[in-house]
Design a protein. Structure first.
Length: 184
């Protein structure tokens, strides 16, 4: 092969590279989309904790609401909106499948770690007391602090109103909703 052949090969390789770069720049310009001003869905991510910090990070003591007074006034529509965060990992429909987490139909009043077909963590399975409004209210604030060792990685709902509205909505997701306790 003489130098003329080598020049043709080098020219073809360089021409191909130039063509690919030009097409890439044009495609970036044509198909570029601006970043949204607000994300479509904000996922709450728990802060990284060391093992000693995780055991010391108990949720702050909070006054338990009077469920007999607050549940009848709760905003079910807002509770359904809040439940969208739950539905990333749980299904709320009757007879629905287990997802990353167990199905939540009939959760209020159901024994903890009792939904058939779901493999609960040993921390969650250690206690089968029913999910009362008090227990769910505390658990939903900081799941990993309330049940140390749970597989549920959700950061929790800090707002008491969000939790109350969510509990009122979850209560309706049952064939026979749990009774609202009498007002104190």
């Amino acid at each position: 092969m003489d130098s003329w052949e080598w020049n043709k090969i080098a020219g073809a390789v360089l021409g191909t590279l130039m063509f690919v770069l030009v097409v890439s720049f044009i495609a970036d310009g044509v198909f570029d989309s601006p970043q949204p001003k607000t994300p479509g869905y904000a996922v709450e991510v728990p802060e990284e904790q060391t093992a000693s910090a995780a055991t010391a990070a108990q949720p702050a003591a909070e006054a338990m609401p009077d469920f007999g007074a607050v549940l009848p006034k709760a905003d079910l529509a807002h509770g359904k909106e809040v439940s969208a965060r739950c539905e990333q990992c749980h299904d709320l429909s009757k007879g629905g499948p287990n997802k990353i987490g167990p199905n939540l139909w009939g959760l209020v009043g159901r024994p903890r770690a009792s939904h058939a077909g779901f493999d609960y963590s040993s921390a969650m399975s250690a206690n089968h007391d029913p999910w009362t409004f008090d227990k769910l209210f505390t658990f939903l604030k900081a799941p990993q602090a309330d049940v140390a060792g749970t597989k549920m990685s959700f950061a929790g709902l800090r707002s008491a109103n969000d939790r109350i509205d969510l509990l009122a909505y979850l209560r309706t997701q049952s064939d026979s909703p749990a009774p609202i306790p009498p007002a104190k």
